[in-house]
Design a protein around this ligand. Structure first.
Ligand code: ADP
Ligand code: TRP
Length: 356
């Protein structure tokens, strides 16, 4: 009977929770990145073992200036720790510090149907817009799959746009396991509650690509100016408004404490207020919301060796795990001569994420 059989499943201890996520260092983090991704990572670091990495290999498909990339990786690490990622609880590392992942990418590539990648939106969108795409962008979901499988992750917190890639990951892991035995743990995506889609200064989804971002650690005076320029409609002040379909209110609601949010919603419904007032309140609420993180960031910047030590310790822990998984995969598919496939006796399975 396999481990999937009822008796074995009933006898098996609950799967350990292993959380993993990556974030690309392609620009300074904005509010959308924080509320759509980073905040969840931080909340989940107490859920079990956790791995968070800065996806510099993925960023290479868009950032082609070496010094800028190095700077962005450093800033991302400092930002994450300043925002509350605790390196004593979570393993924080840089993707390229674990080269085992790129070897695993190749193994996965050999079981990846072209059609699966052709359907992936990052590549498909570029192609539809007639833009040139390289093989790095095309195979990006395979690298992402290796990122996840290398650490036996069970839960992957991501924004909605990444769910498709986790499905690809499960697909590839399933095919590999089917061919070579139970090598990989199948992960599950964990979507942000309510599917938060943070609006930008123009009301569209906040994104670096739309030049409508408000950055987490932006200079406060510059940020206030940007906030004062958030687009609003031209309805008269006295007209009551529905807070639920106003992007300025949506931003305020993310930043303000519950009681202020309720008061502001009331003001919207009553009417008789100007958007300028709301913008000022938003600037203050945002400054307050990130005040502690700003202070932590300043302290980290004053001690550059600390962030390097954190990343180096993280890489050591991550690499040890990835090495085990890669060895398991190499043995299973026949690369490691003279060794048995599948998991070795005494090697603990790391738990299965189960079906989506
Ligand atoms: P950008 O669109 O600025 O390039 P990324 O694609 O690098 O942002 O996003 C990194 C992470 O942040 C992803 O998990 C994504 O889902 C999340 N994210 C980005 N923008 C938003 C947004 N406006 N609302 C919610 N989540 C977002
Ligand atoms: N592709 C993800 C993004 O753009 C970043 C990423 C890379 C990732 N590898 C990952 C996220 C593994 C989760 C798991 O947001």
């Amino acid at each position: 009977m396999t481990a999937e059989g009822n008796d074995a499943a009933a006898a098996r201890p609950p799967a350990p929770t292993r959380v993993l996520s990556g974030i690309q260092p392609t620009g300074r983090f904005h509010w959308g990145n924080y509320f759509g991704a980073i905040r969840q990572y931080i909340d989940l670091q107490t859920a079990g073992e956790s791995y968070y990495f800065i996806a510099d290999l993925h960023a290479l498909t868009t950032v082609r200036e070496p010094d800028r990339l190095r700077g962005l990786v450093h800033d991302a690490a400092v930002d994450l720790v300043a925002l509350g990622l605790d390196p004593d609880r979570a393993t924080l590392f840089v993707q390229s510090d674990v080269p085992e992942v790129t070897e695993l990418t190749w193994l996965l590539m050999t079981v990846t149907p072209m059609g699966l990648l052709e359907r992936c939106h990052a590549y498909k969108d570029k192609k539809t817009r007639g833009l040139p795409a390289d093989a790095g962008l095309f195979t990006y979901p395979v690298l992402m799959s290796a990122d996840i499988l290398a650490y036996d992750a069970t839960i992957v917190p991501v924004g909605e746009d990444q769910v498709q890639h986790i499905e690809v990951c499960r697909d590839l892991a399933g095919t590999f396991n089917h061919l070579y035995g139970e090598v990989f743990t199948l992960p599950k995506p964990r979507l942000v509650e309510g599917g938060a889609r943070v609006p930008g200064t123009d009301g569209q989804k906040m994104s670096k690509s739309y030049d409508n971002t408000l950055d987490v650690f932006e200079d406060l005076a510059a940020q206030k100016k940007k906030i004062m320029r958030i687009t609003t409609d031209s309805r008269p002040m006295e007209e009551p408004k529905n807070p639920d379909d106003d992007h300025l209110f949506a931003l305020y609601a993310l930043m303000a404490p519950e009681s202020d949010r309720l008061k502001m919603a009331d003001l919207y419904r009553r009417g008789g207020f100007g958007y300028g007032e709301v913008k000022k309140a938003l600037a203050e609420a945002a400054a307050q919301f990130f005040a502690e993180a700003r202070a932590r960031r300043a302290a980290l910047e004053a001690d550059p060796q600390r962030i390097e030590a954190i990343l180096s310790a993280g890489a050591g822990r991550a690499q040890a795990k990835a090495r085990d998984v890669l060895d398991r995969a190499r043995r299973a598919c026949g690369l490691a001569r003279g060794k048995a496939g599948k998991r070795l006796a005494g090697e603990k399975p790391s738990g299965k994420g189960g079906r989506l």
